[in-house]
Design a protein around this ligand. Structure first.
Ligand code: TYD
Length: 214
């Protein structure tokens, strides 16, 4: 498997799914197994991608159209891929990326209503054929996810956390829909469990599906 071409794995999830904590734990695991890897997220410290992201997040840009937002996410993704992900894969590393194209399909395409197919089309241009070999979707009821955020002192509440519950339900529906369509690639993890168990499920799956050959 590890024949000069690395392995691309992504993590997806709604607000309060525990993605950030789980990724930190996975880092420790990959280090303990001495698996060459990088852990990243868009824009991932890539200057051009950071600048694009600043435009998306600028609170004064209230006029930003949902399609413009989708195009900018795709542009930032393209740059992050070219400068960070592809070189690491070419070195044979495992690349673990916090959110990727599925986030755009779900948030812009489904929850914001542009349409998953349209968002897929622009992203196809941005990512060429680079898709994750495996994607873990951390699934949790939005009520439970938001309660977890409210209870946590470590995490600031962000703009999207404040979207109404119907938005978060749409996000979950979008992810579950994708997971059904791409069941070979997307593994649904029950994120309502204790985070240690979430992490355990992912590690077991990684061992079975990928790391035995790494
Ligand atoms: P952030 O708080 O940085 O991350 P997270 O929720 O992963 O802890 O918020 C990122 C937000 O950006 C998240 O709510 C989803 C949104 N997003 C999109 O709408 N489209 C995208 O393509 C990506 C990558 C993220």
């Amino acid at each position: 498997m590890n024949n000069g071409q690395g392995i691309f794995v992504t993590l997806e999830g709604g607000e309060g799914s525990g993605k950030t904590t789980v990724i930190a734990k996975l880092k420790g695991y990959l280090e303990s197994r001495s698996i060459p890897h990088i852990i990243t997220r868009e824009p991932g410290g890539i200057e051009i991608a950071e600048k694009i992201r600043e435009i998306i997040l600028d609170p004064s840009h209230t006029a930003m159209d949902a399609r413009t937002e989708a195009l900018l996410y795709a542009a930032s993704r393209s740059q992050h891929l070219a400068e960070k992900v592809e070189p690491a894969l070419a070195e044979g590393k495992l690349v673990l990326c916090d959110r990727f194209v599925d986030s755009s399909l779900v948030y812009q395409g489904y929850a914001r209503g542009i349409g998953m197919d349209q968002v897929w089309n622009i992203n196809q241009f941005a990512i060429h054929d680079r898709m994750p070999m495996l994607t873990y979707y951390l699934d949790i009821e939005p009520e439970a996810g938001l309660a977890r955020i409210a209870a946590s002192r470590e995490r600031e509440v962000n703009r999207l956390d404040l979207e109404g519950l119907p938005f978060h339900h749409k996000v979950r529906e979008g992810y579950l829909n994708l997971a059904e369509r791409f069941s070979d690639r997307i593994v649904v993890i029950d994120a309502s469990q204790r985070l240690e168990d979430v992490e355990g499920d992912i590690i077991r799956s990684l061992e079975e599906r990928i790391l035995k050959d790494f």
